[in-house]
Design a protein around this ligand. Structure first.
Ligand code: PLP
Length: 377
């Protein structure tokens, strides 16, 4: 198998699975129970939170577990708009956010909010000047992802935070860092973000667990799930102890020699780019700086066909985001590519275990695909 879709999800290292198994079978207490195994489970949750908070260089008390990145994004938007309900009803976001941000924005638009969607340049980047132009006294929220999941472009979140401060804006800043965490610098304090969303399954953790950083600038956040009082009363529900421990273990593993892992991924990306662009008709899509995501287009060759054919050979790639399930991606649309280029966009994404042989297999398969078919557009 050649797995080249690490932006969709990542393989779970055995050590993470073993940690989770141990929690499920041997350390199954409820963190709210007062007796020994309950107290142990609470320590496990607290320790895990500390591991992740350390990787973000924030306080453990500022980090809340959720069920996924989508939940974190939804909660951040809801909490920011509630906190700033007297500031106004204007939201600034980008046209290339994940649907976990775009759909809640759409819902708020149906409730009377006005949403400004910033369009990326051809290379996929967004400029801080676009935020400056869109900013209004009634802007309650700016939501800008840290790394785009299709182009790998890194957005200027820290510069946006500085802009908001210099303008005296009351807008709160949310960043969806699901693709940025442990790939690019991602400390909410350094970025100046008020909310920052994470998901474990993009970094070798299990699916079904995420986290949201909430800054002290939001001292009394709107609770997402009022109930039994877990997560300091803001996100009730018995803690997913095995998932939480697996998340922390995955972070621990990634943080070990992180710069070496990132260097390796960047090298793989450069190698992949060079090999694929040597195929006649393959063109780059976006100029993302993140080390793990590369998009290219086999112009004129529908990407769904490429993905299907390659999967038959055990090579797993994506036609844009995995969440689109074959539909034209809104990111590709926002890049305003010509029809032939847009049709052939594929995304390759790498992890610490990706090797050059994976890229060579992809190269051979793409070459064969191109030589065996006529372009359909
Ligand atoms: N945000 C981005 C940028 C993503 O890439 C994803 C997943 O693909 C999500 C949010 C959603 O995360 P989850 O799958 O944990 O809900």
């Amino acid at each position: 198998m050649h797995y080249l879709d690490n932006a969709a999800t990542t393989p779970v290292p055995e050590a993470v699975a073993k940690t989770m198994y141990d929690v499920l079978v041997n350390r199954f207490g409820n963190p709210s129970s007062q007796y020994q195994i309950g107290r142990e489970a609470k320590v496990l949750v607290d320790d895990s939170r500390k591991v992740i908070a350390d990787a973000l260089a924030c306080e453990a008390s500022e980090l809340f577990f959720t069920s996924c990145g989508t939940e974190s994004d939804n909660w951040a938007i809801e909490a920011a708009l509630w906190q700033n309900r007297r500031v106004g009803r204007h939201i600034i976001t980008t046209a290339v956010e994940h649907n976990a941000v775009l759909e809640p924005c759409k819902w708020y638009a149906s409730q009377g909010y006005e949403v400004t969607y910033l369009l990326p340049a051809r290379a996929g980047n967004i400029a801080v000047s676009q935020v400056e132009q869109a900013l209004r006294p009634d802007t309650a929220l700016v939501s800008m992802m840290l790394v785009n999941n299709e182009t790998g472009c890194v957005f200027p979140v820290a510069e946006v935070a500085k802009l908001l401060q210099s303008k005296g804006s009351q807008a709160l800043l949310h960043t969806d860092a699901v693709q940025g965490f442990l790939k690019v610098p991602c400390s909410p304090k350094e970025l100046g973000a008020d909310f920052l969303s994470l998901s474990a399954h993009k970094i070798g953790g299990p699916k079904g667990i995420g986290a949201l950083y909430i800054s002290p600038r939001v001292p009394h956040p709107r609770p997402l799930l009022p109930g039994g009082g877990q997560e300091r009363g803001l996100r009730s529900g018995t803690e997913a102890t095995a998932q939480i421990a697996g998340f922390a273990k995955a972070v621990e593993l990634r943080v070990e020699d992180l710069s070496e892992k990132l260097r390796h991924m960047a090298e793989i990306k450069a190698y992949c780019r060079e090999r694929l662009l040597s195929i006649p008709g393959v063109v780059p899509v976006g100029q993302g700086a993140a080390p793990h995501i590369l998009s290219v287009s086999l112009a004129g060759y529908p990407s769904a066909n490429i993905v299907n054919e390659l999967s038959g050979q055990g090579i797993y790639i994506s036609a844009g985001s995995a969440c689109h399930q074959g539909k034209a991606s809104h990111v590709v649309k926002a890049l305003q590519l010509d029809k032939r280029t847009a049709a052939g966009v594929i995304r390759l994404s790498f992890g610490p275990d990706t090797v050059k042989e994976d890229i060579d297999a992809l190269y051979e398969a793409l070459l064969a695909h191109k030589n065996s078919r006529f372009p359909m557009l």
